[in-house]
Design a protein. Structure first.
Length: 321
């Protein structure tokens, strides 16, 4: 059997999906019986072709899951990534009432995106700024396709959000079957986190292997606010940021940890500024056990830490505790 690349499969899937949409929009009542039969068969054939391509895409992604990492491509969420910073800037402009300037920044993010990960993020934000529902659907499907191309734990948490947004678009367009299909896919990717780690916790505390981190400490982000959970992440960049913002005078440390009980997506970041839980941030009421220390984490500059502290101080959102 001929082998097709991810790009070839994606382009074929997009073309067939577009043809299917056009066929489904045709007014069958205006066609003769033979034409109606032909239309039904064509729609059925297109659905079968799409299902086969999706199956091949899944197999292809499974076999090449580590292709990005093997070639040195870092797909972990990085707050200092150019596209991420542009999207944060765009959102900040919107919050200050500069929607038009914000929109220009999101388009700049898309134009400067260099890979599927950056395109997935930029397209998602562009989708949510569209006034025309057809345009929103186009950008949201682009975002989903880029995310599917990656097929990595760093983006899988966004699948449910993207499918749900696409379903909403189809619902508004009156396409019930497509809406139902995408709602079902959204539900399929919901549930408790399946992340296997490794996991990290950033702090300024001097700890040793075997020590337990427990809930009940004061928040790093709100004065005199006791946290009911202990937080951790599978993203060393996020752990490094947490270490930089942590209270205390000790040096910044990122520890490798293992949860001792159940954990959940951190609701303070999941589906907030970005789709899903891109930072792979979690929380638990059960202790976290220190199993080692990560020494290769990238450090933020003093200016970057200061900017993050300023942004946190300006934040009007409440901590979900």
């Amino acid at each position: 059997m001929q082998h097709f690349t991810i790009k070839e499969l994606s382009e074929a899937h997009r073309a067939l999906l577009s043809t299917l949409h056009k066929c489904e929009k045709m007014d069958a009542a205006k066609l003769g019986k033979s034409q109606q039969t032909l239309l039904k068969r064509r729609i059925a054939a297109l659905k079968i072709a799409l299902a086969l391509i999706e199956k091949e895409q899944e197999r292809n992604r499974y076999e090449t899951k580590n292709i990005y990492n093997d070639t040195g491509y870092n797909i972990r969420f990085d707050p200092n990534n150019n596209v991420v910073k542009l999207c944060i800037m765009g959102m900040s402009l919107e919050e200050d009432g500069n929607a038009e300037e914000g929109s220009a920044i999101f388009h700049k993010a898309w134009n400067e995106a260099t890979d599927d990960y950056e395109k997935f993020i930029a397209a998602y934000h562009l989708a949510n700024r569209q006034k025309n529902i057809t345009d929103k659907l186009k950008w949201m499907e682009t975002s989903l396709q880029c995310a599917l191309n990656i097929n990595d734990d760093n983006v899988k948490s966004a699948y449910s959000t993207l499918y749900a947004s696409i379903a909403n678009c189809y619902e508004e367009l009156g396409e019930a079957d497509n809406a139902k299909r995408n709602y079902e896919l959204s539900e399929l990717y919901k549930g408790v986190p399946s992340d296997k780690g490794p996991f990290y916790h950033g702090t300024k505390a001097d700890l040793k292997v075997g020590d337990l981190l427990t809930a009940g400490e004061d928040s790093n982000y709100k004065v005199e606010f006791q946290m009911n959970h202990i937080y951790f992440t599978a993203n060393t960049n996020a752990a490094g940021l947490a270490a930089s913002l942590a209270k205390g005078e000790g040096r910044e440390r990122v520890y490798r940890i293992e949860p001792t009980g159940e954990f959940e997506d951190d609701p303070n970041v999941t589906d907030k500024k970005f789709p899903g839980n891109l930072t792979r941030s979690y929380r638990s009421k059960e202790p976290l056990r220190i199993i080692g220390e990560e020494t290769e984490c990238a450090k933020l500059t003093t200016a970057e830490v200061s900017k993050w502290r300023d942004n946190l101080a300006k934040s009007k959102g409440e901590i979900i505790n």
